[in-house]
Design a protein around this ligand. Structure first.
Ligand SMILES: Nc1ncnc2c1ncn2[C@@H]1O[C@H](COP(=O)(O)OP(=O)(O)O)[C@@H](O)[C@H]1O
Length: 191
């Protein structure tokens, strides 16, 4: 199974994709996590991404497309994967289409978690307070505002992009974690 999880920062993509990855025995691929690992390791990609991420901007499309292209070829992705945080621009979505075509892979669905902006701000402020070892570099008011603006300007258009293709499944991300999980399962496994 190959899925995309789409939604604003703080929508619960990470939480829900981890649960689904376990349920379907597929890999959760978070470009945010991969980039943070690159920053922590001080690789060339990490050095280039560090300041961009800290201010809430997007890392260049070609960088993340390359990361995903290499990652989905790994043996542990043979059973499938969930893309969490990718694609984030129409250009990334088009590049992904081409990549999957070349690799002879199909997408099984795109799950959109929808959450109102006011709730996102509360959730991320809570996450920043509760993160052991201190908040993420981009979990602060300025970077968060930027991430929401970037989401609306660059990522939200993907909802229409995938709706047009016919594989968009929208879920109310404001419900409890368990409820959201149930909704996702029911859109992926219609009775
Ligand atoms: N697909 C992507 N394209 C460009 N930048 C990305 C992508 N995925 C992650 N990033 C960078 O990593 C940051 C954190 O991403 P992520 O962990 O998905 O957080 P969130 O969804 O909470 O904003 C983004 O603000 C951006 O700078």
């Amino acid at each position: 199974m190959r899925l995309i999880f789409l939604g604003p920062p703080g929508a619960g993509k990470g939480t829900q994709s981890a649960l689904m990855a376990e349920r379907y025995n597929i890999q959760q691929l978070s470009t945010g996590d991969m980039l943070r690992a690159a920053v922590a390791a001080g690789t060339p990609v990490g050095l280039a991404a560090k300041d961009i991420m800290a201010r809430g901007d997007l890392v260049p499309d070609d960088v993340v497309v390359q990361i995903i292209s290499e990652r989905i070829d790994q043996p542990d992705c043979r059973n499938g994967f969930i893309l969490d945080g990718f694609p984030r621009t129409v250009a990334q979505a088009e590049a992904l289409d081409n990549l999957l075509d070349e690799k002879g892979m199909d997408l099984d669905g795109v799950v959109e978690l929808s959450v109102d902006d006011e709730i996102l701000v509360e959730r991320i402020e809570k996450r920043a307070r509760e993160t052991v070892g201190g908040p993420r570099a981009d979990d602060n008011v300025d970077a968060l505002k930027k991430r929401l603006d970037v989401y609306h300007a660059q990522t939200a258009p993907l909802i229409a992009f995938y709706k047009k293709k016919g594989n968009l499944r929208s879920v109310d991300g404001m419900a409890d974690i368990e409820d959201v999980t149930e909704q996702i399962v029911s859109v992926l496994e219609p009775a």
